[in-house]
Design a protein around this ligand. Structure first.
Ligand code: NAD
Ligand code: SAH
Length: 414
């Protein structure tokens, strides 16, 4: 059983999957190992991750390991219908439509939960929330799950604290081979790719306001600087604000940054980072986009409320004309600009993130019954294993400690 937009699109989806596969050597290696070992034999996996080509390849790797896969997207605008069609044609159960309504989006999440999964792979916490709230009778089937992103981990920790989380979850986002590369370099590159391909405007010499200087914000600010922008950071954490300052960026409150910015990128995981208080001060032509979480960081209701006209200016650009004639532009409906108006992080980056996912899922299968109910760290051996494999792919070798050095580093003596 599957729900996809148009099965005839499969060839285009297959080409996209073939391209990423050629650039995801870690997953290719795991596909071969899993095909031989079948770590997921007899297990059902429910997955909700942005359904584009790299995710499709992860699904095939898990299926090669013996898993019966039930797959949906994690954002209504990041699903690519041709990729979904290709996956479905290959025998994987897919429930995903690009541009799904709120109701459709949630019905697809429920469809993969109703498959009674043994392992859950989540991105943002929707699957885990729904199974706990609406399908508590299915929890007994779940050996454990993996969470892909920062906001998902925050939600899981809140559930754990209140005693509501009833099975083990692996904090994939918090693995070093995930956030240090995916959140920083992946978001840094793919956000500007999304903005550039959508707007086709110059960045050099303009003011880019980055809200949030966490791992994603650092990447977005770094690449904005590389493109020649004058970078302004807004923060609520004094230490992160100091880091931005020492990196050479201007640090301002949003209400002040609003008056001078050309591009605004929110990457905080927080809501209402841009509201009417800032919008009323923005310049004509300001470009607003979000790369953080769902569509809550920019208050779209405030944009609508203050606009006398709203119209589509280009694909993925909505113009909000204010009563004083200024037009404020919102990209990709305020949803993740890199995924809703692009293909997300590059293949080589998702190769690392998804190798952590695949090995964490295998760890759950191998350690069934032994993991702590609650949030579990990805074991350091998995992290090191992924880094070593990636270095090997690039033909990079590194030094090893001698026995004397190891003793020296582990001793109190000078
Ligand atoms: P992080 O915790 O490292 O950074 C978030 C930063 O935002 C923190 O420094 C925090 O102090 C700051 N912040 C919080 N509220 C703020 C506010 N109101 N104004 C200004 N700053 C504020 O998290 P991260 O790993 O950088 O992730 C940020 C968000 O991006 C999360 O929602 C995460 O799930 C998402 N994410 C998106 C992508 C993508 O592909 N677009 C990739 C990874 C993570
Ligand atoms: N579902 C939420 C959660 C944020 S998603 C939302 O849509 O707002 C952020 C995650 O997307 C990141 O942790 C990153 O690992 C993942 N991501 C980025 N590029 C991707 C890609 N090309 N394919 C699949 N996932 C990707």
């Amino acid at each position: 059983m599957s729900i996809v937009r148009d099965k005839s699109l499969w060839q285009s989806g297959e080409r996209k999957i073939e391209w990423v596969k050629a650039n995801m050597p870690l997953l290719s290696g795991l596909e071969k190992e899993f095909a031989a070992q079948k770590p997921f034999g007899g297990l059902r996996i429910a997955l909700s991750v942005h359904l584009e080509a790299k995710t499709a390849y992860l699904c095939r790797v898990l299926a090669a390991g013996g898993a019966e896969m039930y797959v949906t997207g994690s954002n209504p605008l990041s699903t690519q219908d041709d990729v979904a069609a290709a996956l479905e044609r290959g025998g994987i159960n897919v429930f995903a439509l690009h541009g799904a309504s709120e109701e459709e989006y949630f019905s697809h999440l429920k469809a993969v939960i109703e498959a009674k999964p043994n392992i859950i792979i989540d991105d943002g916490g929707d699957l885990v929330n729904i199974i706990h709230n609406e399908y508590p009778f299915l929890i007994e089937n779940v050996l454990g799950g993996c969470e892909e992103t920062t906001t998902g981990i925050i939600r899981l920790k809140a559930m754990e604290k209140s005693g509501k989380l009833k099975f083990p979850m692996m904090a994939v986002n918090n693995a070093e081979c995930k956030y240090l590369f995916d959140n920083r370099y992946g978001t840094g590159q793919s956000v500007w790719n999304g903005i550039n391909r959508t707007t086709n405007l110059v960045v050099a010499g303009k003011k880019a306001v980055v809200a949030g200087y966490g791992w994603c914000g650092k990447g977005v600010a770094m690449r904005a600087k590389g493109l020649g922008a004058d970078v302004i950071v807004t923060e609520i954490d004094p230490i992160k604000a100091m880091e931005a300052k020492m990196e050479g960026f201007t640090v301002l409150p949003m209400e002040q940054a609003a008056k001078i910015g050309d591009f605004f990128i929110t990457v905080t995981g927080c809501k209402d980072v841009i509201t009417e208080k800032s919008i009323k001060n923005m310049k004509d032509g300001a470009i607003l986009c979000n790369a953080g979480h769902f569509n809550v960081e920019i208050n779209i209701g405030d944009l609508e409320k203050n606009a006398i006209k709203i119209y589509e200016r280009r694909d993925n650009i909505t113009g909000y004309v204010m009563s004083d004639g200024r037009c404020i532009n919102l990209l990709a409906q305020g949803r993740l600009v890199n995924l809703a108006a692009g293909d997300g992080h590059p293949a080589e980056i998702m190769d690392m993130s998804f190798a952590i996912q695949a090995l964490s899922a295998k760890y759950i299968a191998e350690n069934r019954g032994k993991l702590k109910t609650g949030v579990n760290s990805v074991p350091a051996e998995i992290d090191k294993n992924v880094a070593k494999r990636k270095l090997a792919c690039w033909g990079i070798t590194i030094d090893e400690l001698t026995a004397e050095q190891e003793e020296y580093l582990g001793s109190f003596n000078v």
